[in-house]
Design a protein around this ligand. Sequence first.
Ligand code: ADP
Ligand code: MG
Length: 295
Amino acid sequence: ATPTALMVGTGRGAQLGILIKGPEVLESTRQVDTVVLDKTGTVTTGQMTLREVVAAPGEDRDEVLRVAASLEHGSEHPIARAIVSGGEDRGIARVGVESFTSIDGLGVQGVVDGQAAVIGRPQLLTDWSIVVGPEIEAALAEARRNGTTPVVIGWDGQARGILIVSDAVKTTSAQAISRLRDLGLTPYLLTGDNGEAARTVAAEVGIAPEHVIADVMPADKAAVVQRFQAEGKVVAMVGDGVNDAAALAAADLGMSMGTGTDVAIEASDLTLVRGDLRVAPDAIRLARRTLSTIK
Ligand code: ADP
Ligand code: MG
């Protein structure tokens, strides 16, 4: 009877919008006590918008945006998409980029108009021996205080400006997280974004500030999951991005958003087809119910 009940469980899952890799997944789903949620694209819409361009003293804003949009044209990151469409909205013409390189979790770089330029986290610019001046530091701090995500652009040894993007929390996220809590699970927010932006989102959806893990490099997301497991937690990871794949695979239960990348979907045990986070608590409830009828 066991396999039959499990098959019924997976069939019921399909009706709820849950795609389950195999019937055995329900067992790990039932035992989960900790849910680690990726921020961008999982709790938020992932559709970022360019809010503001701030030029360094003596720099031209349109020029900053022109180089940024040109560089980001080669990237599929939500921040890149926001900058490219922000440039288009403002009528800025892009130019070609040579030697484009994307540095996972940090930013991108390439040669624009014969000049090597780099955009991303301040740390990336520092790595490239680009000086981030006090005006830029102040603008970054202000953007973070506002709960937004700033990135810095620089070339020829100097940071030239910042580009500020933000995205909205999905309307369903707060309800989903309160249902996870009702099931006795502890939610965490995990992101490569800055701590202030992450805590702003956490406050909106009801995740405790001490359960926010920010500034995490893609390669370290899996390590966070493993650290929890070493503490005896049974961990579900919910994510959508390429940078979540390793963490999804490491988790006791990997849940991907159907709206996310193929890499994330392949690395997961279970897919929330419509990308609705409220289906995550549904999945856990279903697993508990299915397996209690077997026992
Ligand atoms: P998340 O965990 O929120 O999905 P990522 O790991 O993809 O974030 O990125 C972390 C940070 O690296 C971003 O907040 C940004 O500062 C920087 N970054 C990554 N990709 C880009 C890019 N294409 N352009 C500019 N900055 C980037
Ligand atoms: Mg994401």
